[in-house]
Design a protein around this ligand. Sequence first.
Ligand SMILES: [Zn+2]
Length: 154
Amino acid sequence: MILTCPSCGKKNRSPAGRLTDSGRCGACKTEISPVARPIDADPESFREITGGANVPVLVDFWAAWCGPCRTAAPEVARTAADMRGRALVLKVDTDKYPELASQFGVQGIPNFAVLKNGALVHQQAGVVPSARMNQWLMTAGARPENGKRETGND
Ligand SMILES: [Zn+2]
């Protein structure tokens, strides 16, 4: 998985298990934020991420012609942002990669799958709000949100 440094633009390679860590850019040492956007997956990155991630992974099976998928897209994006550092979100274009869709028995889209350690723990078709997707990921073992610490002034 390639992460682009927001400061210098260098492309940094990150193993799937480190995608939710806040590593530093190899060139300029700027902190690279945990992935907070859905990742467009191909079969190779799908295998790498679902097999190697140490957090739950939400997969959005979609296609460009699918109206409800467009309705779901901002919900999916919100979940990726809400769950940054605690879960990962993949998007699979079922027109490009029908073999991935059939591997998960996807008949209608949008269709959502939640995987933990490479194993399917939840799957559901149809548009749902991001709060529901967040809940699936929490149920699958996503860490609770870090409490906002009041450190006071010093
Ligand atoms: Zn950099």
